[in-house]
Ligand binder design. Structure first.
Ligand SMILES: Cc1cc2nc3c(=O)[nH]c(=O)nc-3n(C[C@H](O)[C@H](O)[C@H](O)COP(=O)(O)OP(=O)(O)OC[C@H]3O[C@@H](n4cnc5c(N)ncnc54)[C@H](O)[C@@H]3O)c2cc1C
Ligand SMILES: *[C@@H]1O[C@H](CO)[C@@H](O)[C@H](O)[C@H]1NC(C)=O
Ligand SMILES: *[C@@H]1O[C@H](CO)[C@@H](O)[C@H](O)[C@H]1NC(C)=O
Ligand SMILES: *[C@@H]1O[C@H](CO)[C@@H](O)[C@H](O)[C@H]1NC(C)=O
Ligand SMILES: *[C@@H]1O[C@H](CO)[C@@H](O)[C@H](O)[C@H]1NC(C)=O
Ligand SMILES: *[C@@H]1O[C@H](CO)[C@@H](O)[C@H](O)[C@H]1NC(C)=O
Length: 541
């Protein structure tokens, strides 16, 4: 430990003095925590600790916040941010946090809808995995190890660098982190063919509450099951996933066909519900509903864009569409044949033909204040039902997007209990709706927009799944309920737990009780362990 390490410590002591005046508890905790990390030899590596005094603290804190809303209403900022490069540094972080009773928030890509990876109501540190992002691809075995801090864009880029005909099934947004994304499921444009991202995970490395690094074999099948869809943050810190790579054709076909209400968008979307989940599984048509200015009177109107990926050439696609969905009137000119990696560019606002290196950027494309929700649709919504949605959309002045993600194919063949992600057969599509806003008065406006999306959610109640009214954990929504800090109860959590996980919630609670009985890894919607009073209560029943 040479002089190199003295400067962060003296900065820290100044900070400590300031904070003692304001908040003595959390200061002592910070001092202890950094001291502990120091003992664990963390400071002897190059700089990975960012306290508020560090000039980079704020930019590191904010640069991967996809949603600006959570931090704007959160009273606390992290005591410090750690950006580990090795598992051993995370082990130290866990050891010290446990020792001094500090909460850890783990962040991979920072796309959590409620910001749970970077805010907390009690003193906390962020373990930010941006620099734990190595990816190694085995083109012979068709597998890859990807560290949790890598983004989907980095993963896709790395695979494509090695092969034009290997791919992975996961979300369309390149800046999403694999750590959070795969922990919650992972739906993408090939999900009808290959299922969810979790369905392609074959091994993992996790740091548990004892600071042990475990792989599939040493963690056992219960924990390995739980981390594949049970949501990040409940069971430990994922360091890496081992995934299957998937074979795709040299060329795939993409199209984004947009229809306005005048072009029968309502009727087309209505019809889509009858083919979306049973059309050829090489084809995924994911409509997006947005608002646009009408050309005639300047008033706003609804438009539906049918975003589509077909794993094959255009000549093969056209007859499929002619047979199942002729009303859309798809023509050869609407379609583009591209490599799979170019299809990623196509669905993420980048230009086909441009460099694929844009996928390596970790900066979110558009940051805003937003709130989102999800539902699952089991019966087609009538044309009148759809028109009712349009009326509500047209009342909202923020930027609104409704996305309909079709089911069927492989996605629906896998059993509900194979992974904690339970939304399988019986669904025609998942519906996901978001409202975004910005500007100076963003906070003052929040209530208005949030009330609006809750109203849309109430309207949808009669058209979507009930008992439970299911929701996708990767579109996290704290309206569904939160754990009470300090004393999370099984009964409380089962309200939202059943929506996210259906019957798998029980097993998730059992795994949690086994691997983290003291509930060290927790957040507002983590899986609670059974407490002794829960056990007593359940025993009495
Ligand atoms: C613009 C945008 C587009 C999206 N598109 C899709 C899509 O196409 N398909 C889809 O399925 N989802 C999509 N999502 C949702 C996305 O999958 C989730 O928000 C996901 O949780 C983000 O992962 P992250 O690592 O970026 O987030 P983070 O905010 O870093 O993490 C999310 C949660 O997981 C925890 N966590 C993160 N890393 C780890 C780790 N290594 N170990 C343990 N816990 C961890 C965090 O603490 C937090 O609770 C999208 C989200 C956004 C904002
Ligand atoms: C990430 O690692 C690189 C070196 O590999 C380093 O230059 C950079 O400062 C690190 N970033 C953070 C936020 O720690
Ligand atoms: C794929 O497309 C490229 C160019 O777009 C073309 O050169 C190549 O022949 C196509 N491959 C197949 C198998 O059709
Ligand atoms: C809309 O549908 C009607 C009846 O189904 C049809 O007559 C009309 O041509 C369609 N309009 C457009 C623009 O496709
Ligand atoms: C739509 O019109 C409004 C005002 O009439 C304008 O502010 C807005 O920029 C327009 N949006 C688009 C996408 O053209
Ligand atoms: C296709 O649609 C997606 C989602 O609506 C959008 O992000 C993308 O920019 C569109 N791509 C093209 C080339 O139109």
């Amino acid at each position: 430990m040479g002089s190199l390490n003295r400067s962060p410590i003296s900065l820290l002591s100044i900070l400590v003095l300031l904070l003692v005046i304001i908040q003595s508890d959390s200061t002592l905790v910070q001092e202890d925590y950094v001291g502990c990390l120091h003992c664990q030899s963390l400071l002897s590596t190059s700089n990975i600790i960012y306290t508020p005094k560090n000039p980079s603290y704020l930019s590191i804190l904010q640069s991967s916040e996809q949603n600006l809303r959570p931090a704007s209403i959160s009273p606390l900022k992290p005591i410090l941010i750690l950006t580990p490069r090795h598992g051993s540094q995370i082990q130290a972080a866990v050891y010290c946090a446990k020792k001094y009773g500090i909460q850890i928030r783990v962040r991979s890509g920072g796309h959590d809808y409620e910001g749970l990876s970077y805010i907390s109501s009690i003193p906390f540190v962020i373990v930010d995995l941006r620099n734990l992002s190595k990816i190694s691809v085995d083109t012979k075995k068709h597998t890859a190890w990807v560290q949790a801090g890598a983004t989907l864009g980095e993963l896709y880029h790395k695979i494509a660098e090695k092969s034009r005909t290997l791919a992975f099934v996961a979300g369309t947004c390149p800046t999403v982190g694999v750590g959070g994304h795969i922990s919650g499921g992972g739906y993408g444009m090939m999900s009808r063919k290959f299922g969810m991202a979790v369905d392609q995970v074959v091994d993992a490395k996790i740091i548990d509450v004892n600071g042990q690094i475990l792989d599939r074999e040493s963690m056992g099948e219960d924990l390995f099951w739980a981390i594949r869809g049970g949501g990040g943050a409940s069971f430990g810190i994922i360091i890496a996933w081992k995934i299957n790579l998937l074979s795709v054709p040299e060329n795939v076909t993409v199209f984004n066909l947009t229809k306005t209400l005048d072009q029968n968008a309502t009727q087309l979307l209505h019809k889509w519900q009858y083919i979306a989940d049973n059309i050829n599984r090489n084809l995924l048509i994911r409509p997006t509903v947005t608002m646009t200015n009408s050309s005639e009177n300047g008033k706003r109107t609804i438009q539906v864009t049918f975003n589509s990926l077909f794993l094959g050439g255009v000549d093969e696609l056209l007859p499929v569409m002619q047979r199942s969905f002729p009303e859309l009137g798809l023509e050869k000119e609407d379609c583009t044949e591209v490599s799979w990696i170019e299809s990623i560019l196509y669905f993420s606002d980048y230009h086909i033909g441009g460099s694929v290196d844009v996928l390596l950027s970790r900066t979110p494309l558009g940051r805003a204040y937003f709130k989102g929700k999800s539902d699952f649709v089991k019966q087609p919504i009538s044309e009148n039902g759809l028109k009712g949605i349009w009326e509500i959309l047209l009342e909202e002045m923020g930027v609104v997007e409704v996305q309909l993600s079709p089911y069927g194919g492989r996605l629906s063949e896998i059993s509900e209990s194979a992974t904690p992600f339970p939304h399988r057969s019986g669904n025609i599509y998942m519906i996901h709706y978001v409202v975004a806003w910005g500007g100076e008065d963003a906070n003052a406006e929040s209530r208005k927009h949030i009330n609006w999306i809750r109203r849309l959610s109430s309207y949808l109640a009669s058209y979507v799944s009930e008992s439970p009214r299911a929701a996708y954990i990767n579109y996290r929504d704290l309206d569904l309920g939160v754990n009470s800090e300090g004393n999370p109860s099984y009964n409380q959590a089962s309200n939202w737990g059943a929506k996210y996980f259906k019957n798998n919630f029980e097993r998730l609670v059992r795994v949690k009780t086994k691997v983290d009985p003291s509930n060290f890894f927790r957040n507002e919607q983590s899986i609670p362990p059974l407490s002794s009073s829960d056990l007593l209560f359940r025993w009495k029943l």
